[in-house]
Design a protein around this ligand. Structure first.
Ligand code: NAD
Length: 383
């Protein structure tokens, strides 16, 4: 029954995609990207790593945007994937020697970052956290719109984005930051609750994966490491996209590579009129959430959630949806308790596509953008 609910959701997404084929294209703003004349937004990816390669494919899946190039800092193994995908390869830097090093390693490099920005309307910066800030001037000087990732500070971008919280506020702005995987996950379940209740007080604990599966440089590998900054940045970061939600968080890193788990306690206002069942019903009508009963399905840990994700068949075994255990949700009076699991490498990927639509003004309704994004990704993965 739960699987049926999940696949019905995809069916709805596909039909929404068909009805959106004649979407609106709006030309606003003064930058180059604001004067988009074509039907297809030209997207550059700066930093073709864990997030960058996934965003590239998600963009490639859409019919209203295209990848004009991806950057690598040097001719390392990720270049082969870009070549296989047919994405033009550029060097992250304009330095002639670094550009030439690609040819020496057998790759065709089309130039440096400036050359790539010259053919792009918008750049999605997927460089490592805190590195992106140094790229902002380069983007502004090139007159392209820019999207940073959650490793950058909100203060640097002045705008942040998640599809469910503030698509409208991001329409036609010069640049934004797609918030982190954790903030994206928190927003997906808390924003609909806030919109029903009109106020929300939240305390949560982030149980964080130590490192991504492809990352050998981080830890811990045999310890539980509390984040000794209280509150951690995760909860308050939700307020960069939905300031009305009052939220604090604490965090610990644990020796796993596959997912984060959130332990959430939300205080609802008097007269909220909700029950555990109606909250589950509300979430099931919202996109990019999967709700399953652990006892019924046998999916009781993040290991099984990831196995379920691999069964779905998206590339890299990604799970763009936030996973909620139905039997881990309980409303007691005004206090709601629940767990959710986040696939850190992939929940932000479709949000980047929606953010491109917001910044270029080609779709002002977040639900329509989400439906279009997700249906196109499903088709791309032959699902
Ligand atoms: P990554 O290390 O896997 O990839 C970063 C890529 O950028 C690498 O290919 C690197 O060579 C390249 N790079 C290095 N210096 C650069 C520069 N100056 N300019 C452009 N590119 C440069 O990192 P990632 O995990 O993909 O993270 C990218 C961003 O996404 C960070 O802000 C991170 O916080 C955020 N994010 C990561 C995750 C995750 O779980 N991996 C989840 C959500 C958000």
């Amino acid at each position: 029954m739960v699987e049926a609910r999940f696949f019905m959701f995809h069916l709805v997404q596909v039909s929404a995609h068909v009805s959106l084929l004649f979407q609106r294209f709006v030309n606003r703003g003064s930058s180059k990207a604001g004067m988009l004349r074509t039907m297809t937004v030209k997207v550059a990816i700066n930093g073709y790593g864990t997030i960058g390669k996934r965003v590239a494919d998600a963009v490639d899946a859409q019919d209203d945007m295209e990848i004009v190039g991806v950057t690598k800092t040097r001719p390392a193994f990720g270049c082969d994937l870009a070549v296989r995908k047919g994405y033009p390869l550029y060097c992250t830097f304009d330095d002639a020697e670094r550009i030439a090093s690609f040819a020496e390693a057998g790759y065709t490099c089309h130039g440096g970052l400036s050359d790539l920005l010259a053919v792009a309307d918008i750049v999605v910066d997927c460089s490592p956290g805190k590195v992106g800030a140094s790229n902002k001037d380069i983007y502004q000087n090139a007159g392209v719109k820019w999207i940073f990732q959650g490793g950058e500070k909100h203060a640097m971008t002045g705008m942040s984005y998640t599809s469910s919280a503030n698509h409208k506020e991001n329409l036609n702005v010069e640049g934004t930051r797609v918030v982190s995987c954790n903030t994206t996950g928190l927003s997906r379940t808390l924003v609909p609750l806030y919109e029903h209740c009109g106020e929300l007080q939240v305390e949560c604990t982030m149980i964080r994966r130590a490192a991504d599966p492809g990352d050998s440089s981080k830890g811990p590998i045999n310890a539980i490491k509390p984040v000794l900054k209280v509150p951690s940045h995760h909860g308050p970061d939700v307020m960069t996209v939905k300031p009305e939600i009052k939220i604090n968080s604490m965090a610990v890193a644990v020796p796993t590579t596959i997912m984060h788990v959130h332990v959430i306690t939300a205080t609802l206002p008097e007269g909220h009129g909700l029950t555990t069942e109606s909250i589950l019903g509300m979430w099931s009508k919202n996109p990019r959430l999967v709700i399953m009963n652990g006892a019924e399905t046998g999916i009781t840990t993040t290991a099984e959630v990831m196995e379920f994700a691999r069964d779905i068949g998206r590339k890299w075994g990604d799970l763009h949806e936030i996973f909620i255990w139905e039997d881990g949700v309980k409303l007691e009076g005004n206090t709601l308790y629940y767990f959710q699991a986040i696939h850190q490498e992939s929940d932000v990927i479709p949000e980047n596509v929606d953010a491109i639509r917001a910044l270029t003004g080609i779709e002002d309704d977040w639900m329509s953008s989400v439906a279009k994004t997700d249906a196109a990704i499903s088709k791309y993965n032959h699902l």
